[in-house]
Structures are given as structure tokens and as C-alpha cells.
Design a binder for this molecule. Structure first.
Ligand SMILES: Nc1ncnc2c1ncn2[C@@H]1O[C@H](COP(=O)(O)OP(=O)(O)OP(=O)(O)O)[C@@H](O)[C@H]1O
Ligand SMILES: Cc1ncc(CO)c(N)n1
Length: 275
């Protein structure tokens, strides 16, 4: 039987240190028992200190990557990561609309943990008008919520309002990730707004560690992997939050600064309690 094994796709940039971007996505797909394919959109050279060079892929090459996957594989869910500029966003939108790759998780990668900007400011409007309407799930971090919704978040009410604004822009389900840079923080809280209007806060313990590179990539990749297996939306989101929290909670010693998270710890955990 051909193509019966669950397959997911990451449409993202390669980060040479393996902690984030496409590499974090593929680690996560593997950890959740899903085959991972990748459309590479850009390459960044970096390590746990920062990103030091970045090269976008030519759009005709990206077109060929999509065409080759569509001709052979059965992608059941896809996610986007680094898209660099308007030209790449428009190209990915065009290709995704032609393909039949299932639900789309949009991780609107704008800024890294080191403070490197991976999406040009001039592309924010393209992101809003072209990509958000395709998003089955949108997973902005605190900074990205403020940028996309064009607001300042000072309270829970502000976050709820921003999530509704992003849903009005066309994204169906939203996980607006809360801040984790507050003094004396003990919990991290993300606001979830589902397509049917249900909403809730997801809370997990805060871990005081610098080994947090690729948390957002892994969260969105875990949701993608679960959707590829047919896990219901609410369960996929809740499981992904637990997956990332487990991976942050047992750090591995790789790199000197913002190191990777521990996908093995997250892989080995039992998620049977999550419904
Ligand atoms: N120190 C921490 N302790 C616990 N949870 C954390 C911590 N840092 C991030 N998280 C969680 O990880 C998830 C990803 O959020 P985050 O805001 O880090 O995404 P991101 O900035 O897009 O990540 P990246 O760009 O590095 O992939 C969220 O659910 C967030 O609450
Ligand atoms: C390619 C790439 N995508 C995303 C991130 C962070 O989310 C990163 N560091 N590098």
C-alpha cells in the first residue's frame, strides 16, 4: 500500500545549528511518529549566540520542491516557518493553494530568541493578507501578536482582543503565546481561540533556562504532526504545549547560550492523559 504512513511537511528555513527552523520541525515530526518532508525556503548560518548570514532560496527552486512532493507523497498536514520576504510568502501561498497538503499551521517567524529579524518589515502586510487566510492554525509569539494585530499587549484582555483580530484576518484557530520574560515568572500562559469560538488559556510551569531555541518551531511542528495523524484540534494543541514544556524542562548541554530543547525527553513522555 502506497502512502499510508502519516506524512507532514515543513515549509521553512534551515538553521545550521539544528536548534530551530526546519531542523527543530523534523526532530518534532520524528518524535511524534510522523514522516517529515521539507520545502526549504532559506538557509541561515548561526549558532546558539545568533544568526550571522541568511540566504533565501530562488522561487523556481521552491516551486520544484512543491511539485516533486505533490507528485509522489501524500502530505496530510503542513506548516510554515521562516519565509523571509513578500516574494517568498506569495510563492508559498501560490504553491500551497495548488497542492493538496491538508491543514496548514502558520508559525509567523519574525524574530529569533537572539533578536535576529527573519521576516522583512515590508512583508508584514503580505503575511496578514495572503498567508493568514490560509492558516488552519496560527501560532504567533508575544512579539508577533503585537506586530500582526498592530497593538500593544498589556493585559489578558488585550491578548484576547488581539486573538480575535487575527481570527478576523482569516486564521481559523489561534494560539497567542504569552510572554516568558517577566521577573519572578512561575507559569507560562498561551491564549487559545478555536474556530468554533471556544477559547481557553493553556498554562505550564516556567523553566528558568536559556535552552529555549526552537520552542515555537517545535510547538507548531507538534500540532502539525498531530493533525497529520488525525488528532482533534484541541487535543493537538494541548499535547503540543505539553511536548514543548517537557522538552524545555530537561535541558541538554549543547552550545553556550540559547541552546536547543530536549526532543528526546518530549518523545519519551506518555501523553495518554491529554484529551
Ligand atoms: N522558559 C520557558 N519555560 C516554559 N515554557 C516556555 C519557556 N519559553 C517558552 N516556553 C513555551 O514554549 C512555547 C513556544 O513559545 P515561544 O514564545 O518561545 O515561541 P517562539 O518565540 O516562536 O520560539 P522560537 O522562535 O525560538 O521557535 C510557548 O508555549 C511558551 O509558553
Ligand atoms: C531558519 C530559522 N527559522 C526559525 C528560527 C527561530 O524560530 C530560526 N532560528 N531559524
Amino acid at each position: 500500500m502506497t502512502n499510508t504512513f502519516p506524512q507532514a511537511l515543513t515549509i521553512a528555513g534551515s538553521d545550521s545549528d539544528g536548534s530551530a527552523g526546519m531542523q527543530a520541525d523534523l526532530h518534532t515530526f520524528f518524535a511524534r511518529g510522523v514522516y517529515g518532508a521539507s520545502v526549504i525556503t532559506a538557509c541561515v548560518a548561526g549558532n546558539s549566540y545568533g544568526i550571522h548570514a541568511s540566504v533565501p532560496m530562488p522561487t523556481d527552486f521552491i516551486d520544484q520542491e512543491f511539485a516533486d512532493l505533490a507528485a509522489d507523497y501524500h502530505i496530510r498536514a503542513a506548516k510554515t516557518g521562516m519565509l523571509a520576504d513578500s516574494e517568498l510568502i506569495n510563492d508559498v501561498v501560490k504553491n500551497y493553494q495548488q497542492a493538496d497538503f491538508g491543514p496548514l499551521v502558520v508559525d509567523p517567524v519574525i524574530m529569533t530568541k537572539h533578536g535576529n529579524q527573519l521576516l522583512e518589515e515590508s512583508a508584514f502586510q503580505t503575511l496578514r493578507t495572503q498567508l493568514l487566510p490560509l492558516a488552519t492554525v496560527l501560532t504567533p509569539n508575544f512579539f508577533e501578536v503585537e506586530k500582526i494585530a498592530e497593538t500593544t499587549i498589556k493585559s489578558d484582555d488585550d491578548m484576547v482582543a488581539a486573538a480575535h483580530r487575527m481570527q478576523q484576518m482569516g486564521a481559523k484557530n489561534i494560539i497567542a503565546k504569552g510572554s516568558h520574560a517577566l521577573p519572578d515568572q512561575t507559569m507560562v500562559r498561551d491564549f487559545v481561540l478555536l474556530e468554533n469560538g471556544d477559547s481557553f488559556w493553556l498554562s505550564q510551569p516556567y523553566h528558568a533556562t536559556d535552552r529555549v531555541n526552537g520552542t515555537g518551531d517545535s510547538l507548531s511542528a507538534c500540532i502539525t504532526a498531530e493533525l497529520a495523524k488525525g488528532t482533534p484540534m484541541r487535543q493537538a494543541i494541548t499535547l503540543a504545549k505539553a511536548f514543548v514544556n517537557t522538552a524545555i524542562g530537561q535541558p541538554i548541554e549543547v552550545g553556550h547560550k540559547f541552546g536547543p530543547i530536549n526532543h528526546w525527553a518530549a518523545q519519551n513522555r506518555d501523553y495518554d492523559d491529554i484529551r
